[in-house]
Design a protein around this ligand. Sequence first.
Ligand code: SIN
Ligand code: MN
Length: 293
Amino acid sequence: MRLTKEQLEQFDREGYLFFPGLFKPEETKTLTAAVPELYARREAYNVREKGSDAVRTNFAAHMVSEPFARLARHPRMVRPVMDLFDEQVYMHQFKINGKMAFEGDVWQWHQDYGTWLNDDMMPTERAMNVAIFLDDVNEYNGPLMFIPGSHKKGVVEARHDLTTTSYPLWTVSNDLIAQLVERAGGKDGGIVSPKGPAGSMILFHSCLVHASTSNLSPWNRVSVYLSLCAVSNHIRRFKRPEYIAHRDFTPIECLPDDCLRMPYPVDVPWKNGMPASALVTSSEPIDQIKKAA
Ligand code: SIN
Ligand code: MN
């Protein structure tokens, strides 16, 4: 899938692109079917909501589950990002966010690149998210919200929030959000929330400010996020465990377009558990680690 000139211009202006219904139900069904077994695992890579057993985020399913390993190599998800960066990309992060019915908690306003810079020492913004909905997303089940054009501000001031939800995040203050929303059109388009059927895809810039509210509806809102980083822009610090911020900078090789319908062989090295090394962290930049070794 190649992005058109209009799509490239829209991405530059607004910081995201939405592709409603890009994947068909026969493609998403193998993914959806694999989620309950992944979420049931008692592993560090399942982060549960505060005070609840509902999974908020499952990390690194592409290392554990064949359907997700194929999605991680899907040309419809990976190629547009390679085109935008004009470079090969590697998987920086892979997550399946639950946002489960009644229990899915908020994601505060943030930029992903803020976390990737502050925690992982990723040198520049040359990384972005591509998300696919595994459930229909409507106005009731906590859709993602974007502030269009906010990516043009670069990295904005953020504070490390360790308490609001079960997952630490560099979040943006209410005052700055109010300013950014006003600048983007206020009540007239200052916040947008792409909604659509399961199989829809969203691609968004790593500096685009986004959030989502809690899910008080009876409908799950499971979505998968691939965070793809240009290979030359790989992280320089392993402060977070490997299942959250990956350390294998090998370029992704795409599978054929029908890879969610055909059982192409894929490697799933963490199928029977993560290696102990995936939990090891260091606050030193990686050139220091190499020197000390
Ligand atoms: C995220 O920003 O990483 C997740 C937001 C969401 O799933 O609503
Ligand atoms: Mn995010």
